[in-house]
Design a protein around this ligand. Structure first.
Ligand code: ADP
Ligand code: MG
Length: 387
């Protein structure tokens, strides 16, 4: 009886998620660092709309509207952003695969959203930490009906090469450029998907374990950047949370949550960079546009999805499409001098978004979603009272 109620409640919950679609795009605008700068974001709507202002053409024609599932302005807190991400993250505990991407130019706030402020502070923690915290809580709350094991893996993709960031081998520290931590993506028959069989996978039991692993990942990432200009903006960082669940009837599942801090999306001026920097930039461009192609193809329900065109999409193949859920967090800087990157980011985000222009339809749908949300809240309350 109890389990059935929980299960039905959860099914309804996931139905609401499905109703909202499997691909979501949020936009986050970071605060401006320049006191008197012209802000190129002219308007932010509650309904996920945003108006961009062209500073060289501040009249009506220089205004362009974009529509997303949600827009977070410069005053939005980490908790507010997390709150709108939480339903997706929670669905991982019910067996769904989820990918969350932070996209945007360098300096737009991707790492702030995913990890938190730099320097490993323990306030203002980002989605990575809040998500794991939540997963532990859910695991605890359900321990009588499902037993969970949670594992973490962290890799970076640099110039189309995958590297293990959790290898605790001192040779990585001494010789960061050795190839020993290069990983191959292979098909994994037991899970019917692709994976990195040689990547370090660590079991985690508390947020403290997670913090330690994140620190190790950061150290390994910084070490490998010796002699290179800010490696962390030039590579994709993929934190994968594996959730293994076993319910009371012996049914098992393995779901994955991928938390991805993407390489900076800025275009480089080909006349200014050469050699390694140009090569890096081309790899980044190609893999980001590949990711865009895959998500667009999924949003349009195309029959062919071009997963194989980049390491990133290949690695995430079994968590993109099908019943998997995807969230793109597009980050923009509000300053005037970022205008051209900002418009490029917003166009990219709009392209992968399934939100239609014109709010009438989406409003109706969202009011249905609101009603179902309320229903769920009251069911949750009822359930909590029973406990
Ligand atoms: P990215 O990872 O996209 O290169 P960062 O996350 O490193 O960008 O952000 C650049 C700087 O802006 C950092 O100093 C970061 O702490 C700050 N920052 C970014 N977003 C916010 C925010 N929403 N609130 C306050 N500071 C922010
Ligand atoms: Mg960053």
């Amino acid at each position: 009886g109890y389990y059935r109620v929980v299960k039905e409640n959860r099914t309804l919950y996931n139905m609401v998620q499905d109703l909202k679609g499997n691909i979501r795009v949020y936009c986050r605008i970071r605060p401006s660092f320049v006191a008197e700068a012209i802000n190129v974001i002219d308007f932010i709507g509650e309904d996920g709309s945003l108006v961009l202002l062209d500073p060289s053409n501040p009249h009506k024609k220089g205004r362009k509207m974009f529509n997303f599932n949600r827009v977070f302005g410069p005053t939005a807190t980490q908790d507010e952003v997390y709150k709108d991400t939480q339903p997706l993250i929670r669905s991982v505990m019910d067996g769904y695969n989820v990918c969350i991407f932070a996209y945007g130019q360098t300096g737009s706030g991707k790492t702030h959203t995913m990890s938190g402020p730099s320097g490993g502070l323990t306030r203002d923690m980002g989605i990575n930490y809040l998500a794991l915290n939540d997963l532990f809580r859910i695991s605890n709350g359900r321990k009588d009906i499902i037993s969970y094991e949670i594992q973490v893996q962290m890799v970076e993709i640099y110039n189309e090469q995958v590297r293990d960031l959790l290898a605790e081998d001192s040779s990585t520290v001494k010789y960061p450029f050795l190839d020993i931590h290069k990983l191959e993506i292979r098909s994994c028959t037991s899970d019917n998907g692709l994976s990195l069989p040689d990547a370090t996978v660590r079991s985690v039991k508390s947020t403290n374990d997670v913090l330690n692993l994140m620190k190790l990942g950061e150290v390994n990432r910084v070490v490998s950047s010796t002699g290179m200009n800010d490696r962390s903006s030039r590579s994709h960082c993929v934190l994968t949370v594996h959730v293994h669940g076993k319910d009371e009837s012996g049914g098992k599942f393995h779901s994955r949550l991928h938390l991805v801090d993407l390489a900076g999306s800025e275009r480089v001026d080909k006349s200014e960079v050469t050699g390694d920097r140009l090569k890096e930039a081309q790899y980044i461009n190609r893999s980001l546009s590949c990711l865009g192609d895959v998500i667009t193809a999924l949003a349009q329900k195309n029959s062919h999805i071009p997963y194989r065109n980049s390491k990133l999409t290949l690695l995430l193949q079994d968590s993109l499409g099908g019943h998997a859920k995807t969230l793109m967090l597009a980050h923009v800087s509000p300053e005037e001098d970022s205008f051209s990157e900002t418009i490029t980011t917003l166009k990219f985000a709009q392209r992968v978004s399934t939100v239609e222009l014109g709010a009438a339809h989406s409003n109706k749908e969202s009011s249905e979603v609101m009603q179902l949300k309320e229903q769920i809240e009251s069911l949750k309350q009822a359930l909590a009272n029973k406990e």
